[in-house]
Design a protein around this ligand. Structure first.
Ligand SMILES: CSC[C@H]1O[C@H](OP(=O)(O)O)[C@H](O)[C@@H]1O
Ligand code: ADE
Length: 293
């Protein structure tokens, strides 16, 4: 049996619009049946491992959290052969000990977004995947190791509240999310993580704390200027974290011990003879493994 090649994807968030040090780097435009991704994809090789980078909001920060085409972004990553996807994101913190400048390796989500396409599937091809464990445990461990190596303070595990935005939360909302047990808040990891699972891509979320949202009595309301200052200080850490990933993962993709790469195995409900051929065609990249039989 031939070995499966690992391709590491990085979805860069606010403040992270490129990655450094790629050999044979080039920006490549990719089209998808779901529309255009946020930008061209930067491809290249690092330590002998193929890398694909996409700035989630586009270079120059063009797309808002609600208008990012999450389906196109994930489909494009899959087309490029991405097996392991790391999301890098700016977040607010609900915990005193998760301070601005710290990194959090997110392991759970509460999805409060409401104005986004959240699934590749629908009428004519229905599928239900599990997101009980919405991130890949193996990849999260690698993200933690890579973050530790950069010298930043990193917290393993945390619940990310995904809000619609683009406005930040009111103080009442901020306090309520804190009471719910959430640790951090952002506007983009949902539906991204759900779609990565549907596309059978291992996904980990690296959150960079930029502020205390609006609950903290000593910090007042979140201000974009403070966020940008923290992001600027953290970009170097984010980039060196990404640079450590290929060395930690290696170039061969082994089957995911948590089954992320087989998430669709029994997920499709629609009888073969009832499937909509047009939708099946659109799904050929993300679900071709199971639909082509
Ligand atoms: C720049 S503050 C708000 C903005 O930043 C985060 O984006 P990303 O997750 O892509 O880093 C947050 O979710 C908001 O979209
Ligand atoms: N407080 C906050 N709320 C939502 N998204 C954020 N991104 C960075 N800080 C944030």
């Amino acid at each position: 049996m031939t070995e499966k090649q690992r391709v590491i994807g990085v979805m860069g968030g606010s403040g992270v619009y490129e990655i450094d040090g790629l050999e044979d780097a080039r920006w490549q435009a990719v089209t998808t049946p779901w529309g255009d991704p946020s930008d061209a994809l930067l491809t290249g090789t690092l330590d002998g491992v193929k890398m694909v980078f996409l700035p989630r909001h586009g270079r120059g920060h063009v797309h808002s959290p609600s208008t990012v085409n999450y389906r196109a972004n994930i489909d494009a990553m899959k087309q490029m052969g991405v097996t392991d996807l790391f999301s890098v994101s700016a977040v607010g913190s609900f915990r005193e000990e998760m301070a601005p400048g710290d990194f959090v390796i997110v392991d759970q989500f509460i999805d409060r977004t409401f104005a986004r396409e959240k699934s590749f599937f629908g009428t004519g091809c229905v599928a239900h995947v599990s997101v009980a464990h919405p991130v890949c445990e193996r990849l999260s461990g690698i993200a933690y190791e890579a973050a530790r190596a950069t010298g930043v303070t990193v917290h393993m595990g945390g619940t990310y509240l995904a809000m619609e935005g683009p406005q930040f939360s009111s103080m009442a909302e901020s306090k309520m999310y804190r009471d719910w047990g959430c640790d951090v808040i952002g506007m983009t990891n949902m539906p991204e993580a759900k779609l990565a699972r549907e596309a059978e891509i291992c996904y980990a979320s690296i959150a960079m704390v930029t502020d205390y949202d609006s609950w903290h009595p000593d910090h007042g309301a979140v201000q974009i200027t403070d966020i940008l200052a923290t992001l600027k200080a953290n970009t170097a850490h984010a980039k060196s974290l990404v640079a450590a990933l290929p060395g930690l993962l290696g170039s061969t993709f082994e089957p995911c011990p948590f089954g992320c790469d087989r998430a669709l195995e029994y997920a499709i409900m629609t009888a073969p003879e009832k499937r909509d051929p047009a939708l099946v065609e659109k799904l050929s990249t993300v679900a071709g493994r199971v639909l082509k039989g």
